[in-house]
Design a protein around this ligand. Structure first.
Ligand code: IPD
Ligand code: CA
Ligand code: CA
Length: 293
């Protein structure tokens, strides 16, 4: 019995690897490089998670941490990308803008999305890498090294998890829905307004999750694990890759007004088209304080 299962596993692993290459990576050299960079950084994360003595932690801002592993991951990613694309530009969370500032191509990198989880030894964080061409996201990779889950997308070509096509959940109302979200702990002035919104949300859906990695939250909506997700005040590196992956999986991302302002504001609401409508209704857009829009 045991051998049959292990044969099936070997078969599945080989099949996944073939599909992954055939449909997603070989055809996209840039996606391929991004996935390779994400894997190298992911190995560093996996080796150090739970090894609190092996890295140093610094508080960049109140409740906003960075570790020596974040910096090492970012270096590995930037080196990998710029080795293949030396005239591209990079926007990375810890290093800012590097490379050629005049390039039409910009890589947007979050070396560890979920640093607080990483610092606490909670196995939920990811590497997020996107490539923008003249401001439009062309490829996105979000890699969870602990579950070995690689979410990928190229614009117009669908979204994949380890080479398997993914789609958003078909749920058409908040009834029974699981919604990802986050408390605005880095923007305490938003808390009262957010808590009002949150109480309306929890009164209308089945439950909420605050997992601690925005890029994975978006990917969890993309593959139907979450029915929707909302958060405010994200940075481009938190959502650039997950945004593309979610849209390529049939989801919609908007700001709290139902518009595209999220790209600048970092205020995101997402789900399938019906779920997005239901979430925007709950947000009570007309009466929302300006700061949350
Ligand atoms: C954070 C995570 C978290 C989200 C925060 C982000 P970091 O990114 O994505 O889930 O709620 O807004 O800043 O700091 O771990 O890279
Ligand atoms: Ca982040
Ligand atoms: Ca980070």
């Amino acid at each position: 019995m045991h051998e049959v299962f292990s044969d099936i596993r070997v078969y599945e692993t080989l099949r996944d690897a073939m599909l992954f290459d055939k449909w997603n990576l070989k055809m996209h050299p840039m996606l391929n490089i991004a996935a390779r960079a994400a894997r190298s950084a992911g190995n560093l994360i996996a080796r150090n998670l739970g090894q609190q003595g092996s890295f140093e932690v610094e508080e960049k801002n109140k409740d906003d941490l960075v570790t020596t592993i974040d910096k090492q991951c970012e270096k590995v990613i930037i080196d990998t990308l710029l080795k293949s694309y030396r005239d591209h530009s990079v926007l990375a969370e810890e290093s800012g803008v590097v490379g050629n500032p005049d390039s039409e191509y910009q890589w947007v990198i979050d070396p560890i999305d979920g640093t607080t989880n990483f610092v606490k030894g909670i196995a939920h964080c990811a590497v997020s890498i996107a490539l923008r061409h003249n401001g439009k996201t062309e490829v996105g990779v979000v890699f969870d090294p602990m579950l070995n889950e690689m979410f990928t997308a190229a614009r117009g070509e669908g979204a994949f998890l380890n080479g398997h096509r993914i789609r958003v959940s078909p749920r058409d109302s908040l009834d029974g829905a699981i919604i990802g979200t986050a408390f605005p702990t880095r923007y305490r002035d938003r808390m009262p307004a957010y808590l009002e919104l949150f109480s309306r949300l929890i009164a209308n859906c089945a439950d909420v999750r605050r997992m601690g990695s925005a890029s994975l939250d978006l990917c969890y909506v993309a593959c139907g694990r979450f029915d929707g997700y909302l958060e405010q005040g994200l940075k481009p590196w938190d959502f650039a890759a997950g945004d593309l992956i979610l849209r390529e999986a049939g989801g919609i991302v908007s700001d709290f007004m139902g518009e595209t302002g999220y790209v600048k504001s970092g205020n995101l609401v997402s789900g399938n088209p019906k779920m997005l409508r239901a979430l925007l209704k709950i947000c009570d857009v007309q009466n929302l304080p300006a700061i949350l829009k």
